[in-house]
Design a binder for this molecule. Structure first.
Ligand code: NAP
Length: 284
């Protein structure tokens, strides 16, 4: 049981716009309650043009730290006094910590979340066995590409509707990244992993166009979208007999290191996935 909220209760949270849909308060507060920690995790939605003032006002440790979501991740990184190598590489921060001396420290745990989801749901995946195909070139794709290369993927193929954006991402990450015009059979046949890092599929719409018949049977397919949990993209991959990993597991995977950064303790063993599934009105 969490102690009653008092003047000593510590505060962390998530900032975004919109943020009302966020599952992070559900996840973190369940962990806090289970661990019996005297802390709360809230959600903040400042007007976009007041974000910088909001963050500056928290300098000094009034709040322990914040997860950061769309559309503030890039600004959050830019505002930090110190940033981890992985947040700089991702070009975005999903985690800010407020030090008592006024400094703001930035980190990015999204890539860790992606790898945690793959480890949990597709343990047979050997990232070193072949290229990874990443669909998308936004903030999430950028974090994914950096994390996959750091985790040993020999190459990343990048496909995006706006090809120039994929080119810019590849140039700035400076690694074995090949920009492809489409997910044609040649781009698919030897990949170990396919990741949807676009917004396609959100709300139940069609996912990125891809013919999973062109992929090897050992290919793992991951979708960052988790509303709905079973996207059309993952459904098509599963019908092809491919192993899949979902965006909810990634969300929980990025929340765990955030919890540790805020509260100085690893999250307790607790089935937060089931809580999230209930909130999403999904069946296990
Ligand atoms: N599960 C998690 O923990 C987690 C964490 C982070 C993000 N995400 C999810 O990842 C997804 C991407 O997020 P983001 O922050 O990277 O967004 P973003 O920066 O806005 O990028 C959106 C991407 O989707 C592409 N796209 C949008 N509409 C498209 C369309 N009609 N056809 C083809 N491509 C389209 C964009 O292509 P263009 O460049 O051509 O516009 C771009 O590559 C979102 O669904 C987000 O919820 C999940």
């Amino acid at each position: 049981m969490r102690p009653p909220i008092s003047a000593k209760t510590r505060i962390a949270g998530v900032v975004g716009a919109p943020v009302r849909h966020s599952l992070s308060p559900l996840i973190h507060n369940a962990w806090l309650e289970s661990a019996g920690l005297d802390a709360v995790y809230a959600a903040f939605e400042p007007p976009a043009d007041r974000f910088a003032a909001f963050i500056d006002g928290l300098r000094g440790g009034v709040v322990l730290g914040l997860n950061v979501t769309v559309p503030f991740k890039e600004t959050a990184l830019a505002m930090a006094d110190e940033a981890s190598a992985r947040s700089k590489r991702a070009g975005a921060a999903n985690l800010l910590r407020f030090e008592p001396d006024g400094r703001v420290l930035a980190d990015n745990t999204d890539g860790e979340g992606l790898l945690a989801a793959l480890a949990a749901q597709a343990p047979s995946l050997d990232l070193t066995a072949g290229p990874a195909l990443v669909l998308g070139a936004g903030g999430a794709a950028r974090g994914a590409v950096a994390a996959l290369l750091d985790a040993g993927a020999p190459k990343v193929r990048l496909v995006n509707r706006t090809q120039s954006r994929a080119g810019a991402l590849a140039a700035s990450l400076n690694g074995p990244i090949e920009v492809c015009a489409s997910a044609a059979p040649a781009a698919l046949s030897d990949v170990a992993l396919i990741v949807n890092a676009t917004t396609l599929g959100l709300g139940g719409g069609a996912g990125p166009e891809i013919d999973f018949a062109d992929a090897a049977p050992t290919t793992v397919v991951m979708d960052m979208v988790y509303r709905p949990l079973r996207t059309q993209f993952l459904g098509a991959a599963a019908r092809r007999g491919l192993a899949t990993a979902d965006g909810l597991e990634m969300l929980i995977g990025q929340a765990a290191p955030s919890f540790e950064a805020f509260f100085g303790a690893r999250p307790p063993a607790l089935d937060v996935r089931s809580l999230c599934l209930r909130a999403l009105q999904e069946t296990p």
